[in-house]
Design a protein around this ligand. Structure first.
Ligand SMILES: [Zn+2]
Length: 176
């Protein structure tokens, strides 16, 4: 996918390390641990390699349909618990054929589709889009009751602003 964000990388050198390199996420940053004796060239090479490895691992683990369902269940428990029976979707999946929307919901068969365009956005934006569609299983239209449900997620306004910004930068108007 185009526009993959390059994360902020913090390299930490360790005198105790001899050969091993490791990388992990710490908030929005990626920390790469390398042996102190590495040259600059080795550092660059290993940072690239570890970023690629981390991205592949996250794609496998975190951005699958199965993970979306787990994420949906977590959001339902946290924000829609009194509607847990109807808010659980029959299916939730990533789709690539959805150009005018970030996500969509068909209450009749309780299916939810999430656009691959948000796949590389921050977690809190994905959570907002998913919660928005889950709330449509409870309230199909964008009325006050719907926004009360979605508004329980503390980052709703921030996520909507983020998505508007992305849409504006791409020169498109996307419905929610
Ligand atoms: Zn909506």
């Amino acid at each position: 996918m185009a526009g993959a964000r390059k994360p902020v990388v913090e390299v930490r050198r360790s005198q105790r390390r001899r050969r091993t390199v490791s990388a992990y996420r710490e908030g929005e940053r990626v920390v790469v641990l390398i042996p102190d004796q590495f040259s600059r060239a080795e550092e660059t090479e290993w940072v690239d390699r570890m970023l690629a490895r981390l991205a592949a691992r996250e794609e496998r683990l975190c951005r699958s349909d199965a993970e979306l369902l787990v994420r949906a269940q977590r959001l339902i428990t946290r924000y829609l618990s009194e509607h847990a029976r109807i808010a659980v979707p029959a299916s939730v999946r990533w789709v690539t054929n959805q150009n005018g929307r970030w996500g969509s919901c068909t209450p009749a068969d309780r299916t939810i589709r999430i656009s691959h365009r948000i796949q590389e956005m921050p977690e809190w934006v994905i959570d907002y889009v998913l919660l928005h569609e889950l709330a449509h299983l409870v309230v199909p239209s964008h009325n006050a009751r719907f926004w009360e449900l979605v508004g329980r997620y503390p980052k709703t306004e921030r996520a909507r602003g983020y998505l508007e910004g992305v849409a504006a930068a791409a020169g498109v108007v996307l419905a929610d």
